[in-house]
Design a protein around this ligand. Structure first.
Ligand code: SAH
Length: 358
Protein backbone atom coordinates (compact mmCIF):
# COMPACT_ATOMS: atom_id res chain seq x y z
CA UNK A 1 0.00 0.00 0.00
CA UNK A 2 1.30 3.44 -0.90
CA UNK A 3 2.66 5.50 1.91
CA UNK A 4 0.76 8.60 2.91
CA UNK A 5 3.90 10.66 2.71
CA UNK A 6 2.96 12.47 -0.49
CA UNK A 7 -0.20 13.80 1.07
CA UNK A 8 -0.68 17.52 0.88
CA UNK A 9 -3.33 19.45 2.70
CA UNK A 10 -4.67 22.55 1.00
CA UNK A 11 -2.24 25.34 1.81
CA UNK A 12 -4.87 28.01 1.31
CA UNK A 13 -7.32 26.76 3.92
CA UNK A 14 -8.37 29.50 6.28
CA UNK A 15 -8.82 29.14 10.00
CA UNK A 16 -12.38 29.89 11.04
CA UNK A 17 -12.43 32.41 13.83
CA UNK A 18 -14.67 31.16 16.57
CA UNK A 19 -17.43 33.39 17.82
CA UNK A 20 -17.19 34.16 21.52
CA UNK A 21 -18.57 31.29 23.58
CA UNK A 22 -18.39 28.86 20.70
CA UNK A 23 -15.71 26.46 21.82
CA UNK A 24 -16.38 22.85 20.81
CA UNK A 25 -18.83 20.79 22.84
CA UNK A 26 -17.01 17.48 22.44
CA UNK A 27 -14.78 17.33 25.49
CA UNK A 28 -17.54 18.45 27.90
CA UNK A 29 -19.02 15.82 30.19
CA UNK A 30 -22.72 15.33 30.94
CA UNK A 31 -22.79 17.91 33.74
CA UNK A 32 -20.92 20.48 31.66
CA UNK A 33 -23.22 19.93 28.68
CA UNK A 34 -26.24 20.27 30.95
CA UNK A 35 -24.86 23.54 32.34
CA UNK A 36 -24.33 24.73 28.78
CA UNK A 37 -27.88 23.97 27.58
CA UNK A 38 -29.26 25.71 30.67
CA UNK A 39 -27.08 28.74 29.89
CA UNK A 40 -28.75 28.73 26.45
CA UNK A 41 -32.19 28.93 28.08
CA UNK A 42 -33.04 25.27 27.46
CA UNK A 43 -34.40 22.74 29.96
CA UNK A 44 -31.80 20.57 31.73
CA UNK A 45 -32.92 17.31 30.09
CA UNK A 46 -31.66 18.65 26.77
CA UNK A 47 -28.17 18.17 28.23
CA UNK A 48 -28.64 14.39 28.36
CA UNK A 49 -29.98 14.39 24.81
CA UNK A 50 -27.08 16.47 23.56
CA UNK A 51 -24.64 14.17 25.37
CA UNK A 52 -26.20 11.12 23.79
CA UNK A 53 -26.07 12.59 20.29
CA UNK A 54 -22.47 13.72 20.64
CA UNK A 55 -20.99 10.63 22.32
CA UNK A 56 -23.23 7.85 21.01
CA UNK A 57 -25.07 8.95 17.89
CA UNK A 58 -22.28 10.56 15.88
CA UNK A 59 -23.68 14.11 15.68
CA UNK A 60 -21.29 16.36 13.77
CA UNK A 61 -23.39 19.52 13.90
CA UNK A 62 -26.65 20.72 15.44
CA UNK A 63 -28.37 20.01 12.12
CA UNK A 64 -27.95 16.31 12.87
CA UNK A 65 -29.76 16.48 16.20
CA UNK A 66 -33.33 15.93 15.09
CA UNK A 67 -34.81 15.90 18.60
CA UNK A 68 -34.10 19.64 18.93
CA UNK A 69 -36.44 22.23 17.48
CA UNK A 70 -35.41 23.78 14.15
CA UNK A 71 -35.49 27.18 15.78
CA UNK A 72 -33.04 26.30 18.54
CA UNK A 73 -30.81 24.36 16.17
CA UNK A 74 -30.45 27.39 13.94
CA UNK A 75 -29.77 29.72 16.86
CA UNK A 76 -26.83 27.56 18.05
CA UNK A 77 -25.69 26.33 14.65
CA UNK A 78 -22.45 28.34 14.98
CA UNK A 79 -21.39 26.26 17.99
CA UNK A 80 -19.03 23.53 16.79
CA UNK A 81 -19.51 19.99 18.03
CA UNK A 82 -15.77 19.48 17.57
CA UNK A 83 -15.49 16.55 15.16
CA UNK A 84 -12.53 16.19 12.82
CA UNK A 85 -12.82 15.24 9.15
CA UNK A 86 -11.12 12.18 7.69
CA UNK A 87 -8.58 13.60 5.28
CA UNK A 88 -7.14 10.23 4.34
CA UNK A 89 -7.90 6.62 5.16
CA UNK A 90 -5.35 3.95 4.39
CA UNK A 91 -5.96 0.27 5.00
CA UNK A 92 -3.18 -2.30 5.34
CA UNK A 93 -3.65 -5.92 4.18
CA UNK A 94 -3.99 -6.98 7.83
CA UNK A 95 -7.09 -4.69 8.05
CA UNK A 96 -5.38 -2.12 10.24
CA UNK A 97 -6.59 1.32 9.18
CA UNK A 98 -4.61 4.51 9.48
CA UNK A 99 -6.52 7.79 9.44
CA UNK A 100 -5.18 11.23 8.82
CA UNK A 101 -7.63 13.47 10.64
CA UNK A 102 -7.97 17.16 9.89
CA UNK A 103 -8.68 19.36 12.89
CA UNK A 104 -10.50 22.71 13.07
CA UNK A 105 -7.25 24.66 12.61
CA UNK A 106 -6.23 22.43 9.67
CA UNK A 107 -3.56 20.61 11.62
CA UNK A 108 -3.56 16.88 11.03
CA UNK A 109 -3.08 13.97 13.39
CA UNK A 110 -2.88 10.27 12.86
CA UNK A 111 -5.04 7.63 14.45
CA UNK A 112 -4.91 3.89 13.89
CA UNK A 113 -7.71 1.35 14.20
CA UNK A 114 -6.47 -2.17 14.88
CA UNK A 115 -9.13 -4.89 14.64
CA UNK A 116 -8.94 -8.49 15.79
CA UNK A 117 -11.80 -10.92 16.15
CA UNK A 118 -12.41 -9.99 19.78
CA UNK A 119 -11.02 -6.47 20.01
CA UNK A 120 -11.01 -3.15 18.29
CA UNK A 121 -8.07 -1.14 19.53
CA UNK A 122 -7.51 2.52 18.73
CA UNK A 123 -4.02 3.95 18.85
CA UNK A 124 -4.62 7.63 19.66
CA UNK A 125 -2.39 10.67 19.32
CA UNK A 126 -2.08 13.09 22.24
CA UNK A 127 -0.22 15.88 20.43
CA UNK A 128 0.28 17.19 16.90
CA UNK A 129 3.89 16.09 16.41
CA UNK A 130 6.22 15.36 19.28
CA UNK A 131 9.01 17.24 21.02
CA UNK A 132 10.92 14.22 22.29
CA UNK A 133 12.88 13.56 19.06
CA UNK A 134 13.66 9.89 19.77
CA UNK A 135 16.13 8.87 17.10
CA UNK A 136 14.18 5.87 15.74
CA UNK A 137 10.71 7.48 15.69
CA UNK A 138 9.15 9.16 12.64
CA UNK A 139 6.92 11.43 14.72
CA UNK A 140 9.93 12.80 16.58
CA UNK A 141 11.63 13.70 13.29
CA UNK A 142 8.83 16.13 12.46
CA UNK A 143 8.99 18.23 15.64
CA UNK A 144 6.21 19.48 17.88
CA UNK A 145 3.26 21.64 16.84
CA UNK A 146 0.68 21.68 19.64
CA UNK A 147 -1.20 19.74 22.29
CA UNK A 148 -4.51 18.10 21.46
CA UNK A 149 -7.57 19.02 23.51
CA UNK A 150 -9.44 16.29 25.37
CA UNK A 151 -12.22 16.55 22.75
CA UNK A 152 -9.73 16.07 19.91
CA UNK A 153 -8.47 12.90 21.60
CA UNK A 154 -11.99 11.51 22.15
CA UNK A 155 -12.90 12.40 18.55
CA UNK A 156 -10.27 9.94 17.29
CA UNK A 157 -11.95 7.08 19.14
CA UNK A 158 -15.43 8.05 17.92
CA UNK A 159 -14.13 8.29 14.35
CA UNK A 160 -12.70 4.76 14.40
CA UNK A 161 -15.83 3.41 16.09
CA UNK A 162 -18.06 4.95 13.43
CA UNK A 163 -15.86 3.83 10.53
CA UNK A 164 -15.63 0.22 11.73
CA UNK A 165 -19.31 0.25 12.80
CA UNK A 166 -18.17 -1.62 15.84
CA UNK A 167 -17.51 -0.71 19.47
CA UNK A 168 -13.98 0.23 20.36
CA UNK A 169 -12.81 -2.05 23.17
CA UNK A 170 -9.23 -0.89 23.82
CA UNK A 171 -7.27 2.34 23.60
CA UNK A 172 -3.53 2.82 23.55
CA UNK A 173 -1.94 6.26 23.84
CA UNK A 174 0.79 5.22 21.42
CA UNK A 175 0.12 7.52 18.50
CA UNK A 176 1.81 10.85 17.94
CA UNK A 177 3.03 12.80 20.92
CA UNK A 178 4.12 12.40 24.51
CA UNK A 179 0.99 12.05 26.68
CA UNK A 180 2.68 13.20 29.89
CA UNK A 181 3.56 16.53 28.27
CA UNK A 182 -0.19 17.06 27.82
CA UNK A 183 -1.27 15.53 31.10
CA UNK A 184 -4.37 17.59 31.92
CA UNK A 185 -6.02 17.03 28.54
CA UNK A 186 -5.01 13.36 28.48
CA UNK A 187 -6.46 12.77 31.96
CA UNK A 188 -9.69 14.52 31.02
CA UNK A 189 -9.84 12.44 27.81
CA UNK A 190 -9.36 9.23 29.80
CA UNK A 191 -12.22 10.23 32.08
CA UNK A 192 -14.48 11.01 29.10
CA UNK A 193 -13.55 7.81 27.30
CA UNK A 194 -14.33 5.89 30.44
CA UNK A 195 -17.50 7.57 31.68
CA UNK A 196 -18.97 9.14 28.56
CA UNK A 197 -17.93 6.73 25.80
CA UNK A 198 -18.00 3.66 28.04
CA UNK A 199 -14.55 2.12 27.70
CA UNK A 200 -13.14 0.36 30.77
CA UNK A 201 -10.09 2.04 32.30
CA UNK A 202 -8.34 -1.32 32.38
CA UNK A 203 -8.63 -1.40 28.61
CA UNK A 204 -6.68 1.85 28.28
CA UNK A 205 -2.87 1.98 28.08
CA UNK A 206 -0.84 5.16 28.39
CA UNK A 207 2.65 4.98 26.92
CA UNK A 208 5.31 7.48 28.00
CA UNK A 209 9.00 7.99 27.46
CA UNK A 210 9.09 9.28 31.05
CA UNK A 211 8.93 12.92 32.10
CA UNK A 212 10.46 13.81 35.49
CA UNK A 213 7.95 13.64 38.38
CA UNK A 214 4.95 13.06 36.09
CA UNK A 215 4.80 9.29 36.60
CA UNK A 216 4.67 9.87 40.36
CA UNK A 217 1.90 12.45 39.84
CA UNK A 218 -0.01 10.04 37.65
CA UNK A 219 0.16 7.40 40.39
CA UNK A 220 -1.72 9.74 42.73
CA UNK A 221 -4.70 9.86 40.36
CA UNK A 222 -5.45 6.24 41.25
CA UNK A 223 -6.40 5.29 37.71
CA UNK A 224 -6.93 1.73 36.58
CA UNK A 225 -5.18 2.33 33.25
CA UNK A 226 -2.03 0.42 32.32
CA UNK A 227 1.19 2.41 32.29
CA UNK A 228 3.72 1.56 29.59
CA UNK A 229 7.18 3.13 29.84
CA UNK A 230 9.46 3.34 26.80
CA UNK A 231 12.83 2.12 28.04
CA UNK A 232 14.66 1.01 24.87
CA UNK A 233 18.06 0.62 26.51
CA UNK A 234 19.56 -1.23 29.45
CA UNK A 235 22.00 1.49 30.48
CA UNK A 236 22.11 5.27 30.75
CA UNK A 237 24.67 5.92 27.98
CA UNK A 238 22.81 4.06 25.28
CA UNK A 239 19.43 5.42 26.38
CA UNK A 240 20.75 8.98 26.21
CA UNK A 241 22.00 8.32 22.68
CA UNK A 242 18.58 7.14 21.52
CA UNK A 243 16.35 9.46 23.55
CA UNK A 244 17.51 13.09 23.97
CA UNK A 245 15.43 13.71 27.12
CA UNK A 246 17.31 10.89 28.88
CA UNK A 247 20.26 13.27 29.10
CA UNK A 248 18.48 15.29 31.76
CA UNK A 249 16.30 12.56 33.27
CA UNK A 250 18.53 9.62 34.05
CA UNK A 251 17.62 5.97 33.79
CA UNK A 252 18.22 5.61 37.54
CA UNK A 253 15.76 8.42 38.30
CA UNK A 254 13.21 6.99 35.87
CA UNK A 255 13.40 3.50 37.38
CA UNK A 256 13.15 4.94 40.91
CA UNK A 257 10.01 6.82 39.93
CA UNK A 258 8.55 3.72 38.26
CA UNK A 259 9.13 1.72 41.46
CA UNK A 260 7.27 4.40 43.41
CA UNK A 261 4.42 4.13 40.90
CA UNK A 262 4.16 0.39 41.51
CA UNK A 263 4.27 0.95 45.28
CA UNK A 264 1.54 3.60 45.21
CA UNK A 265 -0.79 1.93 42.70
CA UNK A 266 -0.08 -1.76 43.22
CA UNK A 267 -0.19 -2.04 39.43
CA UNK A 268 2.58 -3.50 37.32
CA UNK A 269 4.32 -1.47 34.65
CA UNK A 270 4.88 -2.57 31.09
CA UNK A 271 8.32 -1.58 29.75
CA UNK A 272 8.56 -1.09 26.01
CA UNK A 273 11.85 -1.88 24.33
CA UNK A 274 12.34 -1.22 20.60
CA UNK A 275 14.75 -3.85 19.29
CA UNK A 276 17.38 -2.26 17.03
CA UNK A 277 19.79 -4.67 15.33
CA UNK A 278 23.36 -4.34 16.59
CA UNK A 279 22.40 -1.45 18.90
CA UNK A 280 20.44 -2.82 21.86
CA UNK A 281 19.60 -6.42 20.93
CA UNK A 282 22.49 -8.54 22.25
CA UNK A 283 21.93 -11.25 24.90
CA UNK A 284 24.44 -9.35 27.08
CA UNK A 285 22.13 -6.30 26.94
CA UNK A 286 19.16 -8.54 27.75
CA UNK A 287 20.99 -9.68 30.88
CA UNK A 288 21.78 -6.06 31.78
CA UNK A 289 18.09 -5.20 31.30
CA UNK A 290 17.08 -8.10 33.56
CA UNK A 291 19.44 -6.82 36.24
CA UNK A 292 17.98 -3.33 35.96
CA UNK A 293 14.46 -4.69 36.42
CA UNK A 294 15.22 -7.31 39.06
CA UNK A 295 12.59 -7.57 41.80
CA UNK A 296 10.29 -5.22 39.95
CA UNK A 297 6.63 -5.93 39.30
CA UNK A 298 6.77 -5.46 35.54
CA UNK A 299 6.55 -6.89 32.07
CA UNK A 300 8.81 -6.26 29.09
CA UNK A 301 7.22 -5.68 25.71
CA UNK A 302 9.76 -6.00 22.89
CA UNK A 303 8.93 -4.08 19.69
CA UNK A 304 11.03 -5.16 16.70
CA UNK A 305 11.98 -1.90 14.97
CA UNK A 306 9.61 -0.66 12.24
CA UNK A 307 11.60 1.03 9.50
CA UNK A 308 11.23 4.78 9.01
CA UNK A 309 12.61 7.06 6.31
CA UNK A 310 15.19 9.15 8.16
CA UNK A 311 16.90 6.54 10.32
CA UNK A 312 19.50 3.89 9.54
CA UNK A 313 18.41 1.30 12.06
CA UNK A 314 17.48 -2.24 11.17
CA UNK A 315 15.11 -4.79 12.62
CA UNK A 316 16.94 -7.74 14.24
CA UNK A 317 16.58 -11.21 12.70
CA UNK A 318 13.95 -13.55 14.21
CA UNK A 319 16.82 -15.59 15.66
CA UNK A 320 18.31 -12.51 17.42
CA UNK A 321 14.87 -11.56 18.73
CA UNK A 322 14.37 -15.08 20.12
CA UNK A 323 17.83 -15.04 21.74
CA UNK A 324 16.92 -11.75 23.48
CA UNK A 325 13.62 -13.23 24.68
CA UNK A 326 15.38 -16.36 25.97
CA UNK A 327 17.98 -14.33 27.86
CA UNK A 328 15.26 -12.34 29.62
CA UNK A 329 13.21 -15.45 30.42
CA UNK A 330 16.27 -17.14 31.91
CA UNK A 331 16.36 -14.25 34.37
CA UNK A 332 12.64 -14.70 35.17
CA UNK A 333 11.54 -11.53 33.41
CA UNK A 334 8.01 -11.67 31.93
CA UNK A 335 8.36 -10.80 28.26
CA UNK A 336 6.31 -10.61 25.07
CA UNK A 337 7.08 -9.52 21.51
CA UNK A 338 4.81 -7.03 19.79
CA UNK A 339 4.87 -7.42 16.04
CA UNK A 340 3.27 -4.14 15.04
CA UNK A 341 0.29 -4.26 12.75
CA UNK A 342 -0.29 -1.89 9.87
CA UNK A 343 3.31 -1.82 8.65
CA UNK A 344 2.25 -1.58 5.00
CA UNK A 345 0.18 1.53 5.67
CA UNK A 346 2.97 3.21 7.64
CA UNK A 347 0.65 2.81 10.59
CA UNK A 348 2.89 0.78 12.87
CA UNK A 349 4.54 1.97 16.09
CA UNK A 350 6.85 4.87 15.43
CA UNK A 351 5.82 5.33 11.80
CA UNK A 352 3.19 7.97 12.44
CA UNK A 353 3.94 11.30 10.95
CA UNK A 354 1.79 14.00 9.47
CA UNK A 355 2.82 14.92 6.00
CA UNK A 356 2.54 18.63 6.64
CA UNK A 357 5.58 18.19 8.84
CA UNK A 358 7.79 16.53 6.22
N1 SAH B 1 5.63 9.16 23.44
C1 SAH B 1 5.16 7.86 23.87
C2 SAH B 1 4.36 7.16 22.76
C3 SAH B 1 5.22 6.81 21.58
S1 SAH B 1 4.69 5.62 20.40
C4 SAH B 1 6.32 7.00 24.30
O1 SAH B 1 7.46 7.39 24.05
O2 SAH B 1 6.10 5.97 24.91
C5 SAH B 1 4.64 4.08 21.21
C6 SAH B 1 5.91 3.23 21.18
O3 SAH B 1 6.44 3.04 19.86
C7 SAH B 1 7.03 3.84 22.01
O4 SAH B 1 7.59 2.85 22.84
C8 SAH B 1 8.00 4.26 20.95
O5 SAH B 1 9.30 4.40 21.43
C9 SAH B 1 7.84 3.15 19.95
N2 SAH B 1 8.46 3.43 18.65
C10 SAH B 1 8.80 4.64 18.16
N3 SAH B 1 9.39 4.50 16.95
C11 SAH B 1 9.40 3.18 16.66
C12 SAH B 1 9.84 2.41 15.53
N4 SAH B 1 10.35 3.00 14.46
N5 SAH B 1 9.68 1.09 15.58
C13 SAH B 1 9.11 0.48 16.66
N6 SAH B 1 8.66 1.15 17.73
C14 SAH B 1 8.80 2.50 17.74
Amino acid sequence: MGSLDQTQLPQTATVTLEQPGSSPLLGLNLQELTDWVISQGQPAYRGKQLHDWIYHKGARSFDDISVFSKQWRSSVSHVPIGRSTVHLRSQAPDKTVKYLLQLADNQVVETVGIPTEKRLTVCVSSQVGCAMACDFCATGKGGFTRNLSSGEIVDQVLTVQEDFKRRVSHIVFMGMGEPLLNTDNVLKAIELLNKDVGIGQRCITLSTVGIRSRIRKLARHELQVTLAVSLHASNQNLRAELIPSANTYSLTDLITECKEYVQITGRRISFEYVLLAGVNDSPRQATELAQLLRGFQCHVNLIPYNPIADADYERPTPRAIQAFVNALQQQQIAVSVRYSRGLEANAACGQLRTTTQV
